[in-house]
Design a protein around this ligand. Structure first.
Ligand SMILES: Cc1cc2nc3c(=O)[nH]c(=O)nc-3n(C[C@H](O)[C@H](O)[C@H](O)COP(=O)(O)OP(=O)(O)OC[C@H]3O[C@@H](n4cnc5c(N)ncnc54)[C@H](O)[C@@H]3O)c2cc1C
Length: 367
């Protein structure tokens, strides 16, 4: 089977790798460099801490594949609540995770402080600890997936922007190619690309920001503050801090982080740790959103598949979703086919839905 994959991010490359391993003849078309979209800008959080059983099944599959590829670095993930309603949500999440067999436990603030003395526990009501979580290096993910896909026979063409002239026909600046199947994993660009062949997707873009601090001298977990809505993960000897998300037009957005985001993030770190690092570098990238928060991953027309709408979780899910999509394209069995088809079917929306990419992007941030 001849398959084109449009988009050389983690999802396109994972799909190409799985297709090539199952014997398809695959070409990846990337308009820029591999990983030049959201994948190369991601924070690299990767965890199994999901209360929902479908999300947990996808995470278990993805983490196992990342471990096999030697890309998963174990690192505990802690999330905290600072008010009663968020604390209730955290308790329910932990109960759901435990039902899914995930190594998640509740910690009192004192237990949290004993475990991580560098954390300032004042104001924290409860914490969750996911012991089997980890982190990924996004550049290593992209490079390894590309290398493995190529060693299994895939061809990768960078600096090759693609448009579609039919569901199975890709146009590059140099040629027109008709294939047995086309998978479009082009992030927010997936929507205009497939619109050219009459497919309307319920997809929006939002801009997420991140920064890396100067080195910090402390042992810290990956951390999400559910009340103040920001996160960090240790990165080398510094912290990568993120949030500051808001909906944007994907054709008109600023890839530089806002000064306000940088100031607030550093304040948040100082409040939560009493460490006062400065900002070393900062950036923004585009994430994709759907009306129900689940991705759009599946067939949309004869010979045409899409994979987008990851809601900020695309890197951690990529290898599982790539296998799932490849199996769908090739008509092969996949363990996730038991759970996923209805949840991620891109045709569950007709594309005319009105929705906001983020429920309330300023919640917590402006407190
Ligand atoms: C600041 C930030 C932090 C994040 N942190 C995390 C995290 O910790 N964990 C996590 O799991 N996720 C995280 N994400 C989300 C994650 O980055 C994305 O969900 C994931 O990378 C999506 O991968 P993708 O392959 O679908 O898309 P992308 O990586 O965006 O790849 C799409 C590719 O398609 C190419 N393309 C577009 N149009 C065309 C065309 N016409 N022809 C050819 N190529 C085209 C683009 O150049 C791009 O390389 C974060 C995102 C941001 C911005």
């Amino acid at each position: 089977m001849n398959v084109a994959v449009v988009g050389g991010g983690a999802v396109g490359l994972s799909t190409a790798l799985a297709l090539a391993r199952h014997g398809a003849s695959v070409t990846v078309f990337e308009r820029d460099e591999l990983g030049s979209g959201a994948s190369g800008l991601a924070a690299g959080l990767c965890y199994d801490a999901f209360a929902d059983d479908v999300d947990a099944a996808v995470a278990a599959d993805a983490l196992a594949r990342y471990r096999d590829l030697n890309l998963f670095e174990p690192h505990p993930y802690v999330w905290v609540a600072r008010n009663e309603s968020d604390a209730t949500a955290v308790r329910e999440q932990i109960a759901g995770m435990q039902r899914n067999g995930i190594a998640a436990t509740a910690l009192t603030p004192t237990e949290l402080g004993d475990r991580y003395p560098a954390l300032d526990i004042s104001g924290i009501e409860i914490a969750g600890l996911a012991r089997d979580a980890g982190v990924l290096d996004p550049d290593a993910v992209v490079a390894t997936l590309a290398e493995q896909a190529q060693s299994d026979g895939a061809t990768i063409e960078t600096h090759t922007p693609v448009s579609l002239s039919s569901p199975r026909t890709v146009e590059t600046p140099a040629e027109t190619r008709t294939l047995d199947a086309v998978v479009v994993a082009a992030g927010p660009q997936t929507k205009p690309l497939v619109a050219d062949v009459g497919v309307s997707l319920a997809l929006k873009a939002y801009r997420a920001q991140a920064l890396v601090t100067d080195p910090v001298d402390a042992t810290l977990p990956s951390f999400y503050d559910a009340t103040r809505e920001f996160y960090w993960r240790p990165k080398d000897d510094a912290l990568l801090v993120g949030n500051g998300a808001h909906e944007v037009d994907p054709t008109d957005w600023n890839p530089d982080a806002d000064a306000e985001f940088i100031d607030r993030s550093l304040d948040r770190v100082e409040q939560a740790t009493a460490l006062g690092p400065a900002c070393d570098r900062a950036w923004a990238g585009l994430c994709t959103a759907t009306p129900d928060g689940a991705p759009l991953a599946g067939q949309v027309a004869d010979g045409l598949w899409v994979a987008t709408g990851w809601q900020g979780h695309g890197l951690m899910r990529a290898p599982a979703m790539g296998e799932y999509l490849a199996a769908d394209v090739l008509g092969r069995p996949n363990p996730l086919s038991e759970y996923l088809p209805d949840r991620v079917d891109p045709t569950r929306f007709d594309g005319s839905e009105e929705f906001a990419a983020l429920d309330d992007p300023t919640r917590g941030w402006d407190e």
